[in-house]
Design a protein around this ligand. Structure first.
Ligand code: AMP
Length: 215
């Protein structure tokens, strides 16, 4: 199954892509994670994108599409995949349409206040990437990962100014994709305002073939 998780930052796409990916046995492909990896690794791509990401702006389409093309060519993506955070513009969606067939697009719906609350409280493990939240999913020891003991940090683009910028960019550049995929009959609306388990149930129902739903 080839899936896209579409929605504003802080909608829970990353958390849910991890859960759904494990359940369906398909990889979660997050362009944000791939870019952050290149920044950490100090690669040429990393140097190009660091400032853009810190501001909350979008990386240019050509760089992003090239990255995704490379990732989708790896063998583990041949059985299916979840794209988390890609596409984010109409040109990216057009480019994707030439590389892969898409089966469904989960449209994560959540209001701005929830996004701001979630992102400003988000903490991530430097070592294993586990995601916490100071109120909703606090670690047992403040600043330390429960899973691996790694240090927890706040992403530079989870500062309030960058969050507002990312929301604005989402509305201007990414929201038009809702109509784009609805017209293709691929969109599945998901209420992402509650906890991850609630969102997961809706995604399962949305991805179930319609025959099964009736029976
Ligand atoms: P995310 O982790 O998905 O919130 O992405 C973090 C940042 O990476 C974004 O704010 C952008 O700067 C960049 N990024 C991730 N995915 C894309 C994309 N599909 N197109 C352009 N920039 C992206």
């Amino acid at each position: 199954m080839n899936l896209i998780f579409l929605g504003p930052p802080g909608a829970g796409k990353g958390t849910l892509a991890g859960l759904v990916g494990r359940e369906y046995g398909i990889p979660q492909i997050s362009t944000g994670d791939l870019f952050r990896e290149s920044v950490r690794g100090g690669t040429e791509l990393g140097r190009k994108v660091k400032q853009i990401m810190d501001r909350g702006d979008l990386v240019p389409d050509d760089l992003t599409v090239a990255l995704v093309k490379e990732r989708l060519a790896l063998p583990d993506a041949h059985q299916g995949f979840i794209l988390d955070g890609f596409p984010r513009t109409i040109p990216q969606a057009d480019a994707l349409g030439k590389i892969a067939r898409i089966d469904a697009v989960a449209n994560f719906q959540v209001d701005d206040e929830t996004v701001i609350r979630r992102l400003s409280g988000r903490r991530i493990c430097r070592k294993c990437g586990a995601i916490y939240h100071v109120e909703n999913i606090p670690p047992q020891v403040e600043g330390v990962c429960d899973r691996c003991g790694g240090e927890l940090y706040t992403r530079s683009d989870d500062q309030i100014d960058a969050i507002r910028k990312r929301l604005q960019v989402y509305k201007q550049q990414t929201e038009p994709l809702i109509r784009y995929y609805r017209k293709k009959g691929l969109l599945r609306d998901i209420d992402a305002s509650a906890d991850p388990e609630h969102t997961l149930q809706q995604i399962r129902a949305a991805l179930r073939p319609s025959g099964e739903q009736a029976g």
